[in-house]
Ligand binder design. Sequence first.
Ligand code: UGA
Length: 434
Amino acid sequence: MRVAMIGTGYVGLVSGACFADFGHVVTCIDKDESKIERLKAGIMPIFEPGLETLVETNVREERLFFSTDAAAAVRGADAVFIAVGTPSRRGDGHADLSYVYAAAQEIADLIEGFTVIVTKSTVPVGTGDEIERLIRERRPDAQFAVVSNPEFLREGAAINDFKRPDRVVVGTDDERARDVMRQLYRPLNLNETPLVFTGRRTSELIKYAANAFLALKITFINEIADLCEAVGADVQQVSKGIGLDGRIGSKFLHAGPGYGGSCFPKDTLALVRTAVDAGAPVTLVETTVKVNDARKKAMAGRIVKALGGSVAGKTVGILGLTFKPNTDDMRDAPSLDIIPALQALGAKVQAFDPEGMHEAERLLSNVDFKTGPYEALDGADVMVILTEWDRFRALDLDRVKSLLKNPVIVDLRNVYRPDEMQALGFAYSSIGRP
Ligand code: UGA
């Protein structure tokens, strides 16, 4: 099949490269000329494990192309994907759909023959209807169907998530469009991936409901972690004890500093707004948003407490800045709340992140960025683990102890074991464990 992918952000680039790897012929389109030039030269705009090789192979085998010109790619396409950003609109938290609608109008002017227009961007319920209306208005003669096909991939594990998904959701009532979608995802038949066909609005809501539920699950275990600390219980064992119940499931029960990233914060907020507008408020999600925001802000207090009540004039050594490992994404990362709060209290911050420092330099000021984890700890009063990168999981702890001014560790990702750390002579605090 021939695919045009509008937008080369996370979702567009990964989906485009994976569809090409499935054997389809894909052109990824972006208005950003320098991004397209870099992609043509094999330079990735994001850090995502495996992506560079996947792109390189498919470009070499002439299944994957990059262009700033939508015309040729859209004209010959069986399916045109809209994978542009839908950031939070400033002020009200609604998803900003201007890029989506601009893409729809551009597509409208170009389509020839029956074309399936697929929304991969995360869009509020009813957006597909509006896209259809816009295109129909511009091109009353055109033959097309607008389909919702939300993406569930996680940053850092995006290729695997795309190629081995738990399910693929396709929202359309158009039988011809369903056939095109079946053909596109045919390679997943081997793993017997369920293809869930629904109406378009339902599919749009599935995406938000999935992200909101996961955000809620994390927030639930975070609150249970605080309770564990208050009553002397261990949250990791609670997670295991409840997660083995098949109805609950063990995933997304890791307590931490609060969720961040490009999706959960934005999508929970957008769902809250949609629900209020529809007169059916989702109060659990509203509370989740509030609890998570407050949690990220409260995390600096843990570091202050570990240092005896004041960080003024002290140096905090931070390991990890991105919102999670295996990405360079800093969007809504807990570090963006924690570090400025510490600085406001008079702390000096030195930090290291394997991939996020370039982005962090833009977003944080007065941070002394270091070249490695040990450099970030050299002369610090405390070591703080903010992101659980693999390379922080087996640190040389004798070396850590010799570098720190005080043997104090705040582990906000529960990477190490309290008993082992205490035995090594560290004053160690983590999340929800005695
Ligand atoms: C999330 C969803 O997991 C994907 O299914 C979805 O496709 C994506 O959003 C999206 O809408 O595009 P992502 O934001 O890449 O993916 O990252 P996650 O692995 O879900 O982590 C999100 C945040 O939750 C991170 O800050 C992470 O540290 C935190 N988290 C996750 C926890 O604190 N505890 C957990 O148990 C799991």
